[in-house]
Design a protein around this ligand. Structure first.
Ligand code: FES
Length: 168
């Protein structure tokens, strides 16, 4: 394991408060690094590099370990997901009712594959497991807002609506 010392004060000054707070919250807990990185991702929708480094410093975790964790778990994102997070459910009920078609349709509409962000930075596509509302299958969430019984047409409308608003 790399125990190279990392430079102090690597977080953007505006983030230092949040970093200190997250580190303080999880420092003494088992799995504290994972929990702190989860906090960071919840806050930014991904884990900014400087935030990960600063968290490592505050938690006393070597640099190599800081990157080992988020690169091992698919759950963690190391790049900004863009303005709009499009999550297509691929749980069993949604899959059987056309989830895979929705992934393909979203991908071709936006020119991206699952896990990618569109070039304009407006959309990020991900596949998720059961969202707990199988009776509404197939389900897509955009920025956490659930759209039920989706098909390619309704999905296109949802995405166009957001593009029509200048991607905001
Ligand atoms: S399988 Fe999609 S909500 Fe349950």
């Amino acid at each position: 394991m790399n125990t190279t010392a990392v430079p102090a004060k690597t977080a953007q000054p505006s983030r230092q408060g949040e970093i200190t707070s997250m580190a303080k919250r999880w420092k003494e807990k088992r799995g504290g690094l994972i929990l702190a990185l989860n906090d960071s991702q919840n806050h930014h929708a991904y884990i900014p590099r400087d935030a990960a480094m600063a968290l490592g410093i505050e938690l006393g975790v070597p640099l190599a370990r800081i990157y080992e964790v988020p690169t091992f778990y698919n759950y963690f994102r190391l790049k900004s997901p863009g303005k709009h997070m499009v999550s297509v459910c691929m749980g069993t009920a949604c899959y059987l009712r056309g989830g895979a078609k929705l992934v393909d349709a979203t991908g071709s509409l936006l020119g991206i594959k699952p896990g990618e962000t569109s070039q304009d930075g407006n959309f990020h596509l991900e596949m998720v497991r059961c969202l707990g509302c199988c009776g509404l299958a197939p389900v897509v969430t955009i920025n956490g807002e659930i759209s039920a019984k989706m098909n390619e047409t309704s999905l296109r409308e949802q995405l166009t609506l957001r593009v029509g608003k200048g991607g905001n």
